[in-house]
Design a protein around this ligand. Sequence first.
Ligand code: NAP
Ligand code: MG
Length: 468
Amino acid sequence: MKRIDKLFYDGQWQTPRSTKFSEVINPANEEVIAEVIQASHEDVDLAVQAAKEAFVGWNATSPEERASYVEKILSGIQKRQQELEDTIIAEYGSSRQYTKNAQVPLSINEMKGTLEELKRFSFEETIENATIQKEGFGVVACVTPWNFPLNQIQRKITPAILAGNTVVVKPASNTPLTAILYAEIIEEAGLPAGVFNLITGSGRDAGNYLTEHPDVEVISFTGSTDVGKGLYKPASTTVKKLVLELGGKSAMVYLKGGDLQKAVEAAANTVLDNQGQTCSALSRLIVPKEELERTKELLKDYYSKVVVGDPAKEETKVGPMVSQDQLDTVLDYIEKGKAEGAEILVGGNKLEGPGYFVEPTVFVNVTNDMTIAQEEIFGPVLTVLTYNSVDEAIEIANDSIYGLNGGVVGPEEEAYQVARQLRTGNVIINGVTRTAKAPFGGYKQSGIGRENGLFGLEDYLEIKAIFR
Ligand code: NAP
Ligand code: MG
């Protein structure tokens, strides 16, 4: 078992003031794989101080110089890709397939995309007698969840440091090992001391203390909507900027004349891959009433071939839920779905342990007012809803407190017209892959701000006008 008894700040692995540890559990077999130090408030203070001291120098470097460090981090990720994958599988439980094809490649693609976009970005512009200068804010506190243990961190650090900020990261307690590996990669990249700092610890304690810290200028958070809402309070203490990537309950709308199988598989994959622990999952499949029977057949057929089990095995598609807590949450939602009158088409049960496994589940006879159609389950649970007219389909899709992602499968032009009416930050038509350079983020309670590409960069840029 690994014992991580250091925190990374001020360019070094430091002996913490804290003596408290927390266990990291492999969710596939419930074995304790590591113990990780839990930063105390004093440790947080030291990490923030290091970031604050490094800011002026880092912010004064050229964007090209900052980009050259990000290039080095990128090649470090590529060099240690296998190790990152193994770590993500062990501490988080996403299948090898998904980890290899999505978890780590996402980071590589997004970093490459942002670096390319940076070349056409100007940190300075002129408006009549004003020179507009764009620069870092100062210390950015990054608080991240476990569902993409590497990429949720990368998505914040890459733009934040490119913009000239310094960062203190607090990763999720379930998945600190990937974050520690990322810190090692940053150390190897030779980033100046204090630009990147990592504190492992509990969200309610170290995380909360970090977000309240008077020397933090920006709080960048990804995670649950509840914790996200709570961050307005620490943000208000010193008027910090808030960047929030929160939950979703996104819809896949199938339009007559499109490829139904494609719609079914595209929606199903978003709740099967990553065990459905993906904020952009298309967890509501909305089909014309007369297509319901065919949809059910396609779903039963597709799910009958899905392999659930040990995430380390090549053939596995669906691994365990990240934790006992998350498993309990998913099982509670399944019970609520049944109690509110939805009908189970596939799955619906816990799988015998060890490991936090649940059967991939599909609900039919769902109406959009049901809890399972309104709340983010964050598990392998798909809800199928029906509509009578395209207007009604759009209304159902938009009847949500969230607005993160969306999918439309159907005749191209009609699908595009529907996509334009969805109140969400992203919409994918006919299952195409999204470019990593496009903004990612949500409308309504899915968050504020955008990640990736130049939109992601701008969230971390302060703006000054100098008149002369
Ligand atoms: P969470 O509680 O929101 O945790 C996300 C991050 O915030 C973790 O690093 C957590 O630390 C930290 N944190 C928790 N309370 C905090 C506080 N008061 N102040 C500062 N930081 C705090 O999410 P979760 O418990 O891991 O997952 C719960 C639900 O959130 C899921 O079921 C899902 O619905 C949603 N979720 C959404 C996303 C997304 O990408 N939008 C990702 C993950 C989860 P600890 O790990 O130490 O608690
Ligand atoms: Mg939590």
